[in-house]
Design a protein around this ligand. Structure first.
Ligand code: SF4
Length: 436
């Protein structure tokens, strides 16, 4: 008898990707076949994103396409928190659930496409099913967020912070490392707040007591001997404690810190966590301890009330901070966000103009920092091998969002291999290197 086949469309951020992986792992363990498109599927699951308007539009389009091509559609993910909007536009959708709703999705699949009776026909690897290549994986340490940034609706969709106890996280991390994963990307909405909801509860992993807490987690992950990269970290004073571990090479010297702005007035309007910290001073002290640290951040320009002076403060911050990797967006209103009620909206044309000025300003900084790498030697991780050579990443490059290292002619390398290279050329994002 043919196994039931589920088409799976996964949209949105790495956190949504981890939800998808968990749902797929469960379905595979029950004997379902998974396909990445709709055509030969018996039913389609669409994991949606609801972060910004363009993501909402993409999610709605995917639901519409799946209904047209397949007809049987289950919707889950962030946009699912706005169930009425989905069901009124697509009344034929079979079920709608919010983010982090594995059990609801799986029971909806059972209802509309019952599993075969032999659940052992398709054994699942111990590390679960990964949607990323075999050599790197996202490690989700918590769900939800205790902050209430005025431009963000994630807490209303995903709720307050719920951390996973440290032993549970470490068992998953260990299983991934044993399965050949070479790089773990730690994700959450607020990595530095990890464990606060559990009162930093102590747990045992490898016969040692660890607290469910940011610094303790980083120490435990450092034991695995693979690359560990920290995302979504806010610049609280306790973050300082992990910088020496980076300097000692125990975890990657890389921090992804979404600063979003630098003007105190705008940060206050944004209700950002750690808004009153002196970030420049903090960055300077991190670089004193770990000169090779790579700092990545994202910013929003044109937030309501942003004056020319606020914007200049932001550009000055970039000049001083000398960040390595920067992403920026022009502010766009998100349905349901508090920021929509703020006065003094910035006109669209001015937002665009500021975004352009911001990007040009940072491009010069990034390019200069990249030029500084030429002639240096480093370990890189190979992601793929193509006809011209190998495509790798350095410690300064997270997958998908940062740059790449191209090693011409190195077609004998394998994905997941660490190799030593010397950088010989750079542009503002990527590097070219030869093997040493
Ligand atoms: S920290 Fe702010 S932007 Fe990030 S998820 Fe929480 S509320 Fe949203």
């Amino acid at each position: 008898m043919k196994e039931p086949r589920v088409g799976f469309i996964s949209l949105g951020c790495p956190k949504a990707l981890v939800d998808s992986e968990q749902i797929i792992t469960e379905l595979k363990s029950e004997g379902y076949q998974i396909s990445p498109d709709y055509d030969d599927a018996d039913l389609v699951v669409v994991n949606t994103c609801g972060f910004i308007d363009s993501a909402v539009e993409e999610s709605l389009e995917s639901i519409g396409e799946a209904l047209d091509s397949n007809g049987k559609v289950i919707v889950t993910g962030c946009l699912g928190a706005r169930a009425e909007e989905i069901t009124s536009r697509f009344p034929k959708v079979l079920s709608v659930s919010g983010a982090h709703a594995k059990d609801e999705v799986v029971s909806a699949v059972h209802k509309h496409l019952p599993p075969l009776h032999n659940p052992y026909t398709d054994l699942v690897p111990a590390q679960g099913i990964k949607l990323t290549p075999n050599h790197y994986a996202y490690l989700k340490i918590s769900e939800g967020c205790n902050h209430r940034c005025s431009f963000c609706i994630i807490p209303s969709m995903r709720g307050d912070l719920v951390s996973r106890p440290i032993d549970e996280v470490m068992l998953e991390a260990e299983t991934l490392a044993q399965a050949g994963v070479k790089e773990l990307l730690v994700i959450s909405q607020d990595t530095s707040a990890y464990g606060v909801d559990l009162n930093y509860q102590s747990r045992i992993w490898r016969n040692t007591t660890y607290n469910t807490q940011f610094h303790s987690l980083v120490e435990a992950l450092a034991e695995l001997g693979i690359w560990v990269r920290l995302h979504y970290v806010y610049p609280y004073p306790h973050v300082d404690k992990v910088i020496p571990l980076m300097a000692e090479g125990k975890i990657l010297p890389y921090l992804d810190i979404p600063f979003q702005h630098a003007s105190p007035e705008i940060l206050k309007r944004m209700k950002r966590p750690a808004a009153s910290e002196n970030n420049l001073k903090r960055i300077q002290s991190w670089r004193e301890i770990c000169p090779d640290i790579t700092l990545r951040s994202t910013f929003i320009v044109g937030f309501p009330g942003e004056t020319e002076q606020d914007f200049e403060t932001l550009l000055d911050f970039l000049t001083e901070a000398q960040l390595d990797r920067v992403g920026a967006f022009a502010y766009s209103a998100v349905d349901g966000a508090k920021a929509n009620e703020l006065p003094a909206a910035v006109p669209e044309s001015l937002k665009k103009e500021r975004l352009q000025r911001f990007m040009q300003h940072q491009a010069r900084i990034s390019a200069k920092r990249m030029q500084g790498k030429i002639g240096r030697q480093a370990e890189v991780l190979v992601d793929e091998v193509v006809a011209q050579g190998a495509v790798a990443r350095s410690q300064a490059d997270a997958p998908e969002i940062d740059g790449q290292v191209f090693i011409d002619g190195a077609t004998h390398l394998k994905p997941g291999q660490w190799v030593q290279v010397e950088f010989e050329e750079a542009d503002e994002h990527d590097l070219w290197a030869h093997l040493i």
